[in-house]
Design a protein around this ligand. Structure first.
Ligand SMILES: Cc1cc2nc3c(=O)[nH]c(=O)nc-3n(C[C@H](O)[C@H](O)[C@H](O)COP(=O)(O)OP(=O)(O)OC[C@H]3O[C@@H](n4cnc5c(N)ncnc54)[C@H](O)[C@@H]3O)c2cc1C
Length: 378
């Protein structure tokens, strides 16, 4: 075992220990009530896991992406749902790479200390959907401020975040050569903005995801909150997508491992026709297939994270990791439900909840694959 594996195992053990203090009933209850798991997010923050990617000079642990992936995988593997807070890990990449020294100094230490939550990511819009370059939210420069107008949808955790990373159009689409130009990224102080040009409306969904619609009505954002260069926002968001995909893929691996462990245990103990159901190859084979798919996808996640941490190009691997891991978790979820028969539908087994939760990753964040050089669909 390498020193790196050893460190990751230590991280996994520590995270598993923390997760064990939140019993499954906690997750059932928050899911049932569509309540944000504030206590869990606080505990993760206090233990420093949500800021593990922040460099040490800003108060974080300065760990590589592979470590953040291990944290999220372990959360999912324990049966919990890290979607309540995973965005902080990938949103901050944009700030780390493109933020000014002053922005990093102002925000990162507070995020690391848990005084500021950086959990909201405002990209998707109702009319643009997957076609991010056609977003309609505008930010118009007026002196030392930008005035923001428009609407976002699926802005998750907006009610439980202090800051939002917002993508808006700063130059009209007709005035740029490429439609991916003229978009900019801002840090929005949501607490100050609420009721002063920012309104949030929750969307109830099939999972407990604290997702919302966000409306901007002449919201003023100080010009100093622009991240990087005006007009380059699309590139910044794309840059951050590799980290996002790798981290979400790691969550899917955690889900898959949870489903497989749960199904294996049940197949060994449930007796029908006088023998454990797991003695039937019709029950064994789907478990084995789900296991193989998850382990193969896990290798791709590891490879993508290693390339990312080495500063090497990893777009292809990050995409493949996300796609393979999301498929593996869904396959494992379906297998686990089937293995449990009718009991899989009962809330107390947690399978129906995890089944709903892991389905999201077939849809968000969007996974595209241009590796083969086929004609692009956009
Ligand atoms: C619970 C939840 C949380 C989310 N959280 C956030 C968040 O925090 N921040 C944020 O910005 N966004 C968030 N999203 C948005 C998410 O990233 C989008 O839903 C996703 O990008 C798809 O966009 P859409 O829903 O508008 O689908 P559409 O773009 O309308 O697509 C509908 C279907 O058509 C397919 N499709 C579209 N275009 C093509 C094409 N060219 N070729 C083939 N198929 C195509 C899509 O894959 C999809 O299956 C969240 C979504 C959900 C459901």
């Amino acid at each position: 075992m390498s020193a790196r594996d050893h460190d990751l195992n230590e991280i996994r053990e520590a995270v598993a220990k923390l997760c064990a203090t939140f019993p499954m009933e906690y997750w059932r209850e928050t899911d049932r009530e569509r309540r944000y798991p504030t206590e869990f997010v606080r505990a993760l923050t206090a233990a420093g896991w949500l800021s593990c990617l922040i460099p040490e000079e800003y108060g974080g642990a300065g760990l590589p992406l592979a470590a953040a992936a291990a944290v999220l995988e372990e959360i999912q593997k324990s049966g919990a749902n890290g979607a309540a807070c995973h965005a902080q890990m990938y949103i901050m990449g944009t700030l780390l790479r493109h933020g000014s020294p002053a922005q990093k100094r102002d925000y990162l230490p507070k995020v690391a200390r848990g005084e500021l939550r950086l959990q909201a990511f405002g990209v998707t819009e109702p009319t643009a959907g997957t076609d991010t370059s056609s977003i309609r939210t505008t930010a118009t420069r007026k002196g030392e401020r930008y005035v923001v107008n428009g609407q976002k949808v699926w802005t998750s955790r907006a009610e439980h975040s202090d800051l939002m990373l917002l993508l808006a159009r700063t130059t009209p689409r007709e005035q740029v050569q490429k439609r991916t130009e003229g978009l900019s990224v801002f840090i929005v102080d949501m607490k100050a903005a609420l009721g002063h040009g920012l309104a949030i409306r929750p969307i109830r969904t099939m999972i407990n995801h604290a997702t919302t619609e966000v409306f901007f009505d002449s919201l003023e954002v100080p010009a100093e909150n622009l991240v990087g260069e005006e007009g380059q926002g699309f590139r910044y968001i794309l840059d951050g997508m590799n980290a996002e995909r790798i981290l979400i893929a790691a969550e899917c691996i955690g889900d898959a491992r949870w489903f497989i462990a749960k199904a294996t245990a049940y197949a060994g103990e449930r007796r029908v026709f006088g023998r454990p159901i797991g003695q039937n190859q019709g029950v064994q084979f789907p478990i084995a297939r789900a296991y193989m798919a998850a382990e193969a996808a896990a290798l791709m996640v590891e490879r993508a994270a290693a390339l990312y941490d080495a500063g090497a190009p990893c777009g292809k691997e990050a995409n493949m990791a996300k796609q393979l891991a999301a498929e593996a978790s869904w396959q494992a979820g379906d297998m686990c439900l089937q293995t449990h028969g009718g009991f899989g539908f009962a809330e107390e087994y947690d399978i129906e909840r995890k089944f709903r939760e892991t389905r999201l990753y077939q849809i968000a964040p969007i996974s595209t694959n241009h590796v083969l050089g086929l004609p692009r669909s956009y």
